[in-house]
Structures are given as structure tokens and as C-alpha cells.
Design a protein around this ligand. Structure first.
Ligand code: SF4
Length: 519
């Protein structure tokens, strides 16, 4: 029997990695239900052409095609499975993955899957393949799986990285489950249990990543620093066995410690923090507790160690409103993260919010996206305004990497960060300095604009230099770049008192791959 495991990614990017397929292949081989030579992995990217994808899958002559179905690729999986069935009616199609688990009946209703595996596939898929091989039939097309014993599972990376053509990034699973119980998420499914990979396997995998020259590693552990001693142990292993890759971790700011910051400062890393909201009404609905003081202290600690971190927010939460969402943005900007990623609420099947959607007046689009249409405190028109602010935050804060000067600019024109983002929606030009100059004029604070403008010019030049090591960039500034950096912690007015405007000079900026030189 031959099987093809299909992964459909959002886009061609380093984190697009067929981890689930590699895990299933590993489980099938370890169990002996299929020989590794008879299992192919196929990868596609959205928008995937169903006809071309089906042709490619059938080129390996599989008897079975297994799909990892996620919220973003459910429609594509159904189209490709449908095409497979049309061309090769005898093929057995299996849907697994998060969306097959959360919305098994919806996936079954598509009528294109022979089986739907609900839960973790590593235990049930080998059993299913054996019974297909033995010609036995299942009583239901929806099969439930038990949680796997992660400590007993083999590493998938030997398969995932075999014959790899220089993959830039990988997903590295360290645990499953979450000790928290956020009502919009199904990671813990409410039982609060966490299963961890053993240190011995972590060491072997790190050695393999180094041997294969993996450059970027996205760590799959939703609260990496929840268990501080384990986080410290893993960071020490990373430093010892694979220190040269760039790691991305999901962490809780409130739980950050000096020891973990010190270890993180020894490697190249990015940290992502799911703040979601600071609105106390919404937090109650989310089953989340939150301390502004502890969160800010954690962010300050990370900044002091020079760590790069980002904050995630969600709009449209039950109990939230447009004004409260703006307050969450203002709080997030005040924590000076490197990026702020904002998402509309998705009311995902399998979560507490989905079950309570009617009671909480959460109208959503249903299968396959489940995106919020409105809730009683967040009407459609406000969702539209929130989407505009999201786009503005992306343009003005994330893409511009303006974390160092954004608060100084907002403060100088007397606007809250969220109001400044909202103003971007009504801009006359996409030129950021021109847009800001207009705001400074309107606020009658023109004299405060030059340091901000110089900081933007300086940040853009430094960014260009980092992207082109060895090249020399010349830039005209009124202040030395090191002095402009003070704007990240001082209002423009105070900056000008300390450093009155001086004569414009030309600086040469170059980056040698390790350090930035300013002459
Ligand atoms: S949102 Fe994060 S912290 Fe909350 S349950 Fe999900 S994984 Fe855990």
C-alpha cells in the first residue's frame, strides 16, 4: 500500500513546514503499518490549483491520500480531495489536523473524505491503515484518537529533513497542551494538561538541526516560560548544541525572569506574546487573568536585555468594544514591542466561545473561516474601523519598525497611538514623514518634527545597511545617530532641550555582518 501525506501551506515562507505529515510518517514507520519508501510527502501553497495538485499527488500512485486540514486550508483540501476522487474514484482520502478535529461533521459533509480523524493522528492513523490493508471496514467515517504519549514518540525530523533542499526554517515541537484555558483557543481543550518532549530527544534534534544547517526554528510550545526551570534547561541545551539558528518562542511576559532573559540574550531570538486585550470585561469572557504592572515589568526586562519581542491583540472579543480595543493598542504601544500583530476574532469550533456563541451574541461566518461578523458590543461598522487601525499599525509600526520613535511622535502631537493609527486611514499620501509632518502642523508643533523626521531617516538607513552588509550608506542628519536613539525614551520636547538643533552633517553607515559602523 502507498500513501501520500498532503500539506497545504499559506505561502512559501520559512515557517511553512510539513511537521504533521512528518510526524505521521514517523508514526506509521515506527508502528510497521507502512514502509517509509511507500509514504510520500506532498506540499502545496495557497492558492493551490486543485487539478495540478491532484495530478502531482497521483503521480506517486497512492492508494491513500492524507490531508492535514487547518482553518486556512480547509477549502483547498476539500477541492483537491474532490479532484482526486473524480480522477481516481478508488483512492482513499483521509482528513486529519486541527480543523478536522474541531469541525469533523462539517468536513464529513463535504462528502470527499473516506475517513476523518479527530484528535492526534499518530495513534489512530497506523490502526486505520492496518485495517484498510486487512480489508476491514470501520463502523464510522469519523474516528477518534487518544492523546499520544509524546515521551515515547520518535523524532520526526530525520524524515522531515531527509533530502531537504536547504529549507530555511522548521517548526520544532517541544510540548502539546497548555496549562491555561483561554475560551477562544483549543490548545488545552480545557483540561490544562501539558505533555513535554524529553531532554534526550531535544538534544538529538538540536544536533540534527545544526548538522543540517537549519537557520530559523519556530518553537511550538504555547507558553515556553511557564515552567521556568524547563525553559532554562532547554535554553542551555540550545546554547550548547545549536546556538547559531534564530529561534522564535511564544512566551508570557508576566512570567519572564532575569535568568531566562540572560539565556535568551546569548542566542538570536524573537519572542511573541499573546496579550489579546487589556479590557477587563473581555478578559472575564476569555478566562484570562492579567496584571498590567507585571506585564509591563516583563516587557521592560526584555527591552533591558535587548530582546526582540512582539505583542498579539485580538479585536471583536465578547465584552470588548472599539474604544476598549483602542485602549489595548495604546497599552501595547506603551510596552515598546518590536511589532504588534492584530487579528479579528475567529470563533473556532471546539472552543468554549464557539459553544457559547449564541449566548454571547457572537455572529460568525461559520465553516471554513469562522470569522466574527459582529457581537453585541462590537458592531460590523466598528469591526471595519478596527480593521483599518490594524492596517495602519502594520504600515506605520511593523513595516516601518517605528517602535523606537512612535510614542515620541504620538506624544509630540498630543495623540494616543490608536488615534494616530486611525488618522492614517484618512491620509492623503502613503509617505510616512509627509503624513507625520501634516499632523505636527495641525497640532502647531512643527518645531518638534525635525528630531522625529531625522530618527525616521536614520532608522531607514540603518535597516538598509543591515540588509546589505558591506555596502556604505550616506545620510544627512541634524544630530548624530547615537543621540537620536535617545528619542526612544524621551519626549521630543525634552530631547530638543538637551540637544538643540545643530548643523546638518553627512554620516557614512556600514554593517559588516556583525556591527554597524557610523562615521
Ligand atoms: S491562547 Fe495561549 S495561553 Fe491561552 S489556552 Fe491557548 S495556547 Fe494556552
Amino acid at each position: 500500500m502507498k500513501m501520500t501525506l498532503v500539506s497545504i501551506h499559506v505561502e512559501k515562507s520559512p515557517p511553512s513546514f510539513p511537521l504533521a505529515a512528518a510526524m505521521l510518517k514517523t508514526a506509521l514507520c515506527a508502528d510497521g503499518s507502512l514502509n517509509g519508501n511507500n509514504i510520500s510527502l506532498a506540499e502545496f501553497y495557497l492558492p493551490a490549483d486543485p487539478k495540478a495538485a491532484a495530478k502531482e499527488i497521483l503521480s506517486t500512485s497512492p492508494d491513500v491520500a492524507g490531508f492535514t486540514v487547518c482553518i486556512w486550508n480547509a477549502a483547498a483540501c476539500i477541492q483537491i480531495a474532490s479532484e482526486l476522487k473524480r480522477i481516481s474514484p478508488g483512492i482513499i482520502t483521509i482528513a486529519g489536523g486541527p480543523q478536522a478535529t474541531a469541525a469533523a461533521e462539517d468536513i464529513a459533509d463535504s462528502g470527499v473524505f473516506s475517513y476523518i480523524v479527530r484528535g492526534e493522528g499518530e495513534t489512530v492513523l497506523p490502526e486505520l491503515i492496518r485495517s484498510i490493508t486487512d480489508g476491514k471496514s470501520e463502523t464510522s467515517i469519523i474516528l477518534d484518537s487518544e492523546a499520544s504519549d509524546l515521551s515515547a514518540m520518535h523524532s520526526p525530523y530525520e524524515y522531515a529533513l531527509t533530502n531537504d533542499r536547504g529549507r530555511e526554517g522548521i517548526l520544532w515541537e517541544l510540548s502539546r497542551g497548555c496549562p491555561f484555558n483561554c475560551s477562544f483557543c483549543y490548545e488545552s481543550r480545557g483540561d490544562g494538561s501539558v505533555r513535554n518532549i524529553k531532554p534526550e530527544r531535544i538534544i538529538e534534534e538540536l544536533k540534527l538541526f545544526r548538522k543540517k544547517g537549519v537557520e530559523r526554528i519556530w518553537v511550538l510550545d504555547p507558553t515556553f516560560n511557564y515552567n521556568r526551570s524547563r525553559a532554562e534547561e532547554i535554553l542551555r541545551l540550545i546554547i550548547k548544541y545549536c546556538p547559531d539558528a534564530h529561534y522564535t518562542f511564544e512566551i508570557r511576559a508576566e512570567l519572564m525572569s532575569i535568568e531566562i532573559c540572560e539565556l535568551l540574550a546569548e542566542i538570536d531570538s524573537s519572542l511573541q506574546i499573546g496579550l489579546q486585550t487589556v479590557n477587563s470585561d473581555a478578559l472575564v469572557h476569555l478566562n484570562r487573568s492579567f496584571s498590567r504592572k507585571k506585564f509591563k515589568a516583563g516587557c521592560r526586562m526584555m527591552s533591558d536585555f535587548g530582546l526582540s519581542f512582539g505583542i498579539d491583540l485580538i479585536y471583536g472579543l465578547p465584552g470588548d468594544s472599539f474604544d476598549a480595543f483602542c485602549e489595548s493598542i495604546d497599552f501595547a504601544v506603551g510596552c515598546v514591542p518590536n511589532n504588534i500583530d492584530i487579528f479579528p476574532l475567529s470563533v473556532l469550533p471546539g472552543t468554549e466561545l464557539y459553544d457559547k456563541a449564541d449566548k454571547l451574541s457572537l455572529r460568525h461566518s461559520g465553516f471554513p473561516d469562522y470569522e466574527l461578523i459582529s457581537n453585541s458590543s462590537f458592531p460590523e461598522s466598528d469591526l471595519q474601523r478596527a480593521a483599518e487601525i490594524t492596517a495602519a499599525c502594520d504600515a506605520l509600526y511593523n513595516r516601518e519598525q517605528s517602535f523606537a520613535w512612535f510614542s515620541a511622535a504620538a506624544d509630540a502631537v498630543g495623540m494616543r497611538p490608536s488615534a494616530l493609527f486611525a488618522a492614517w486611514a484618512n491620509r492623503r499620501s502613503d509617505d510616512i514623514p509627509a503624513f507625520l509632518s501634516g499632523l505636527f502642523k495641525k497640532a502647531d508643533r512643527v518645531s518638534l518634527f525635525p528630531p522625529i523626521e531625522n530618527f525616521i531617516i536614520w532608522s531607514r538607513t540603518a535597516e538598509a545597511a543591515y540588509c546589505s552588509p558591506g555596502d556604505v550608506f550616506r545620510v544627512k542628519l541634524l544630530w548624530r545617530p547615537e543621540i537620536l536613539d535617545e528619542l526612544s525614551s524621551a519626549p521630543a520636547e525634552m530631547f530638543l532641550k538637551r540637544h538643540p538643533k545643530s548643523v546638518e552633517k553627512t554620516y557614512s553607515i556600514t554593517y559588516d555582518g556583525e556591527e554597524l559602523y557610523i562615521n
